[in-house]
Design a protein around this ligand. Structure first.
Ligand code: NAD
Ligand code: DAU
Length: 348
């Protein structure tokens, strides 16, 4: 397949690019705006591959999208088969502080991609989230559960999902949606809970836990979610939604305590701080529908978390420029205190 991969320089998109290029022999053109969360370095291991190309541009720009669609990964290649859209503003806390960029990228950008997919008759996969369903105290969400997004981020993702479904219904688009639970693993920007806690633990910084920390998330390793999106691309039916949840649920405070145990951080560094406004208490997805297409998650949380801690410990050159750049100012705004810049201490 030849795929226009939007948002491929981010966390999950870069794993999807790796799996599809190296394991499925797909041809990949990444279109990415390189926001604070997107980095060419995430794709460095693919640069120079004859079936890989990178285009710097924004999904909300029809000109950029058309430019990407005329960029062959290899000279003389056939036209594209599919657009897979990972590109988004993704951090809930940033959407609470200011929602404009979320509407621009997640809604208007998705609309531009949908118009291109319809015009060029391309297969379309929208990467979405369990957050569109809102919070569930007991049981699990299926694809038929009503949408009840809590944050501006979740609302922008739910709106985009509805746009995709409307294009399938009205324009005959072969579009499918894959909704994932909380991803973790290498190359996740440290604004998100797991890498934030790992890096703070390695720097003797306080470990911020919102509210009582009893909120539950359904953790999925990034390679498992990337392969779920791949199966939806290959096997998903038009106009259908597929949930892909991880095999393990865990309360935030337990996640933080596990990271404390995996590093030499002090348990006293855990700090309960003010709760996130509108904080969803629990997410849980039923993944039966995507399992029926042959998908299985392979990584259990215990092992995946230990491997993730080891990856951040071993890849200082990946996170060092982030921790000394835009992220420092963001952290100070969000947590009302500066990050310490002291040396990372050793781990067990
Ligand atoms: P990320 O923030 O790490 O990466 C997002 C990427 O999109 C970056 O490379 C960024 O530069 C790019 N981008 C942002 N705005 C753009 C624009 N206007 N035009 C082109 N590129 C743009 O995100 P992620 O965690 O890898 O998430 C990827 C997708 O998966 C998102 O759609 C997100 O909603 C969804 N998702 C994420 C999770 C999770 O736990 N991280 C779970 C379920 C679904
Ligand atoms: O569920 C899928 C979603 O998972 C994706 O759609 C989002 O793009 C992704 O960011 C993630 O959203 P969350 O809000 O669940 O992830 P985050 O890592 O921000 O927070 C996870 C939990 O940890 C959540 O309950 C809030 C809590 N938390 C987070 C941070 C950053 C803390 O307690 N302290 C923190 O400092």
């Amino acid at each position: 397949m030849k795929i226009l991969l939007c948002g491929g320089a981010g966390f999950i998109g870069s794993h999807f690019a790796t799996i599809r290029l190296l394991q499925h022999n797909d041809s990949i053109v990444v279109l990415d705006k390189l926001t604070y969360a997107g980095r060419r370095q995430n794709l460095a291991h693919l640069e120079g591959h004859p079936s890989f190309a990178f285009v710097h541009g924004a999904i909300e720009s029809p000109k950029d999208v058309q430019r990407a669609l005329s960029a062959p990964a290899r000279a003389g290649e056939p036209p594209f088969d599919a657009i897979v859209n990972f590109a988004a503003e993704t951090h809930v806390d940033r959407s609470i502080a200011a929602a404009h960029d979320f509407i621009q990228t997640n809604l208007l950008g998705t609309n531009v991609l949908l118009e291109a997919a319809i015009q060029h008759r391309l297969r379309y996969v929208q990467v979405s989230t369990d957050e569109v369903y809102g919070s569930i105290e007991e049981g699990t969400f299926t694809e038929l559960s009503p949408l009840a997004p809590s944050s501006p981020y979740a609302a922008s993702k739910a709106g985009a999902d509805l746009l995709v479904l409307s294009c399938c219904h009205t324009h005959g688009l072969h579009g499918s949606i894959c909704r994932g639970s909380n991803n973790y693993g290498p190359r996740q920007y440290p604004e998100k809970l797991i890498p934030l806690i790992i890096l703070n633990a390695l720097h003797n910084d306080p470990l911020p836990v919102y509210g009582d920390g009893r909120q539950v998330r359904n953790w999925i390793h990034v390679t498992d979610f990337a392969s779920a999106v791949g199966i939806v691309l290959e096997e998903g039916a038009p106009g259908e939604v597929y949930n892909a949840g991880g095999p393990d649920e865990c309360a935030n405070i337990d996640v933080v305590e596990r990271i404390v145990a995996l590093t030499s951080a002090s348990p006293d560094s855990i700090e309960h701080i003010a709760d996130r406004p509108g904080h969803d208490r629990r997410y849980s997805l039923s993944s039966e529908k995507v399992r029926a297409l042959g998908w299985r998650p392979r990584v259990r949380f215990n092992q995946g978390l230990a491997d993730t801690v080891a990856w951040y410990r071993d890849n200082v050159s990946w996170w060092e420029p982030i921790r000394s750049g835009e992220y420092r100012a963001y952290y100070e705004r969000q947590y009302d205190k500066p990050l310490r810049s002291g040396p990372a201490h050793s781990t067990q």
